[in-house]
Ligand binder design. Structure first.
Ligand SMILES: NC(=O)c1ccc[n+]([C@@H]2O[C@H](COP(=O)([O-])OP(=O)(O)OC[C@H]3O[C@@H](n4cnc5c(N)ncnc54)[C@H](O)[C@@H]3O)[C@@H](O)[C@H]2O)c1
Length: 445
């Protein structure tokens, strides 16, 4: 049985690990295997990323340059754009993007392209694991037939599993090594080998009965977040209409020691996961004639938050007898969440675009994001790219309204409230202490 051979290689740390796609997920995983003594090859389509890694440097905030350099210098990590080296790998982990098409249907083309590269070099003794978030059935309905076209047999020649990634960029407490890992193989042998591999670098590994269960577990996790954030956002809008402080309501409810878990409203959801993953699940459900209404409702509520934020700006300016047209608005933070540089699906882009379409002159400051550009989904306001401005006193005082879209921790909020005339705070960055003695008029979500 091939399983025993693969497991022995893994336990002896002689298994060579290949990671396809060195992004937010793949690079931390590759360095974790290297740190634990495995020889790792990262496969990239982006030549610059491969060169950066081989130079011992990083482009992902959560992965320290020192660790990359140490692993590269020790010969345990290298990156390449030459997929022929896949044949040298005993375990291959796929960490490529899984975006949505404009029609909101899953785009698994990156997974397919990585799988084709594997297929060309698949050999006896390889374990292939998919980590990219995807709809239930991708591993056994899509990947398995591709690999079987080689004539090689599952369990006899190779193994295939799915293991979802749970990395939380910017989270210093939970990183690859201490986030429990769910593993589900297409066969029991595949589950066992994949679980053995991850248990070399991750503290807790939870095996499930199939790849489909593992795929669905990941989508449940992120759908749970999308739905609960949707409810928090609806509460925020409801409280705004009723003139009640949402944040105080949530703080009070959160004192209940059981049966309640606080979720917080915000300017909208962003990133590569929460806005997209539930769509993968609802798409698959639709194929089977099932309409997932919670997912649809959460998406509707969450995607309307940028519009609500713009309404708050308009209300605030109106109280100052100012119009949106011609108002100068300073956006604080464009990354989709605190202390990271990722602007994918960031609600800031939609907010800026909407403001510009109303004639506002928009500038932004984000210590993590030097520039932003707008794709064709965000072009109502002209779509000109923007560069981050310095957060000078003149910049703060010169704005008719300042919007806190992302609450980066390094911003001096106390200083901002002492200078800005009007602030729309979408993150409760200006908590009670900061607000006291402020000269700014503050509108909170
Ligand atoms: N970012 C997160 O917080 C997070 C968390 C959990 C799960 N995920 C999931 O993990 C997967 C990867 O996400 P990510 O955030 O790391 O994406 P990413 O865009 O940061 O990284 C993907 C990398 O894959 C490379 N790539 C694309 N096609 C390739 C190919 N055919 N061969 C080799 N390299 C290729 C890209 O150049 C890029 O560097 C997605 O399915 C995502 O949903 C992401």
């Amino acid at each position: 049985m091939i399983k025993n051979e693969i497991i022995k290689l893994i336990k002896d740390k002689r298994a060579r690990v290949g990671v396809i796609g060195l992004g937010y997920v793949g690079l931390p995983l590759a360095t974790e295997f290297a740190r634990n003594g495995f020889k790792v090859t990262g496969f990239e389509v982006d030549q610059r990323k491969a060169e950066t890694i081989n130079a011992g440097e990083t482009y992902i905030g959560d992965v320290a340059s020192g660790l990359v350099k140490e692993s590269v210098d020790a010969g345990r990590l290298r990156a390449t754009t030459d997929f022929d080296h896949l044949k040298d790998c005993d375990a291959i982990i796929i960490c490529v993007p899984t975006p949505l098409r404009k029609t909101k249907e899953p785009d698994v083309s990156f997974i397919l392209s990585a799988s084709e590269e594997i297929k060309k070099r698949l050999r006896r003794g390889q374990l292939v694991i998919l980590e990219s978030t995807t709809y239930p059935g991708t591993t056994d309905e899509v990947l398995l037939p591709i690999f079987q076209e080689t004539g090689l047999q599952l369990d006899t020649d190779f193994l295939l599993a799915f293991s979802p990634e749970r990395v939380d960029p910017g989270n210093a407490e939970f990183q690859t090594h201490n986030i429990p890992k769910v593993v589900g193989g297409v066969t029991a042998d595949s589950t066992e080998a994949a679980a053995t591999l991850y248990s070399q670098v991750v503290k807790d590994v939870h095996s499930v009965s199939s790849a489909r269960v593992a795929e669905t577990a990941k989508l449940l996790e992120n759908t749970f977040r999308a739905v609960n954030i949707g409810m928090a956002n609806e509460m925020a809008r409801l409280c705004y209409a009723l003139n009640i402080d949402t944040w105080e309501v949530i703080r009070a409810a959160a004192t209940k020691p059981f049966g309640f878990m606080p979720f917080y409203p915000g300017p909208g959801i962003g990133g590569h996961c929460i806005p997209l993953d539930p769509q993968y699940l609802s798409w698959k459900a639709r194929q089977h004639g099932f309409d997932s209404r919670f997912i649809g409702l959460a998406e509707e509520v969450n995607s309307r938050m940028p519009e609500h934020v713009v309404q708050l700006v308009s209300d605030g300016l109106n109280d100052d007898r100012k119009s949106m047209n011609g108002a100068r608005v300073l956006v604080l933070g464009v990354a989709y969440k605190r202390d990271i540089d990722d602007v994918r699906e960031s609600p800031a882009l939609s907010i800026i675009d909407r403001l510009r379409s109303k004639g506002c002159e928009v500038r932004y400051h984000d210590p993590f994001v030097p520039q932003v550009s707008f794709d064709d989904a965000h072009t109502e306001g002209g779509g000109q790219p923007l560069s981050s401005v310095d957060l000078t006193d003149e910049e703060i005082q010169g704005a008719d309204c300042l919007i806190i879209v992302t609450d980066h921790t390094q911003i001096d909020y106390q200083h901002i409230v002492s200078l800005a005339p009007l602030i729309v705070d979408t993150r409760n960055a200006l908590n009670g202490d900061v607000r006291r003695g402020s000269r700014a008029r503050i509108i909170r979500l």
